[in-house]
Design a protein around this ligand. Structure first.
Ligand code: URA
Length: 260
């Protein structure tokens, strides 16, 4: 082997070593394999990657702020990327910002958001401690209409990247629009709610447990549906407890209180 071949081999091994452990070489991302990491529950994520999660989230947020990929950008006051912890146990995915969210740039802050926070708190979850809250579309559909298929298609790559980086143990799809969009179905929310699905970013990636439930706005309009939503939340809590020992410990008293 010539000196040059030895030098190139050493450089290649150095690069492969860095790349396989972090996805970076010399500070440069060679390949975004967060979805591959997400595929393997056994991969230990080290401190470098944790820092990168926050960086990637900020990058997505910046791209969303500049996004003009669909007509929703015309009338928005703010974009609403999402908020929560960068290593969430669970992700809650709603439909899209309403008037309060459009004004503040934060997800689920209006009346529905306040109910959502209470629902989550009842099972030991919150955006401050162990959840990330996002929406299918990041800009407000005028008059709170449903987002159009082209608007959802334009925005879904952002949500998919968020899921890939955040790697939640489970997703709560809050309402018909996120449930139907993520599951690519037209089944009614009444049929979808309370039924677990295995959701995958890509065909061969690891499954993320996904549970649809009613949207909190719907529960505000029809309180008689709250017991069904509560059944869904208990189901969600039980599955999280089975998957994550830290959640089990944190929520033990709540589980006792609510008999879940
Ligand atoms: N409804 C949603 O679906 N998302 C929000 O962020 C607020 C209300």
């Amino acid at each position: 082997m010539t000196a040059e071949q030895k030098r190139q081999t050493a450089r290649f091994l150095d690069m492969a070593d860095d790349y396989l452990s972090t996805g970076f070489y010399n500070g440069e991302r060679l390949y975004n394999f967060t979805s591959d990491i997400a595929a393997s529950a056994s991969v230990t994520v080290d401190a470098d990657i944790v820092v990168d999660v926050e960086g990637e989230l900020r990058k997505i947020e910046d791209e969303i702020r500049d996004c003009r990929n669909c007509p929703l950008c015309e009338k928005r006051r703010s974009t609403v990327a999402g908020e929560g912890v960068s290593r969430p146990l669970a992700m809650v995915i709603g439909e899209g910002p309403g008037a309060d969210e459009d004004a503040s740039g934060r997800p689920f802050v209006g009346a529905a958001g306040q109910l959502l926070d209470k629902m989550l708190a009842a099972i030991g979850l919150s955006r401050q401690t162990n959840c990330f809250i996002a929406n299918v579309v990041k800009c407000r559909p005028p008059g709170n209409r449903d987002p159009e298929p082209e608007e959802k298609a334009a925005c879904m790559p952002f949500l998919r990247r968020q899921i890939s980086i955040l790697r939640p143990q489970a997703i709560l799809a809050a309402g018909r629009v996120p449930a139907q969009t993520l599951l690519q179905t037209t089944e009614s929310i009444s049929r979808l709610r309370g039924r677990w699905s295995e959701w995958r970013l890509e065909q061969n990636s690891a499954a993320i447990q996904l549970l649809p439930t009613f949207h909190p706005s719907y529960l505000l309009r029809d309180e008689s549906q709250k017991p069904l939503a509560w059944d869904d939340l208990k189901k969600f809590a039980r599955r999280l407890a089975a998957m994550d020992a830290s959640y089990d410990a944190a929520s033990a008293s709540l589980r006792k209180k609510y008999k879940i």
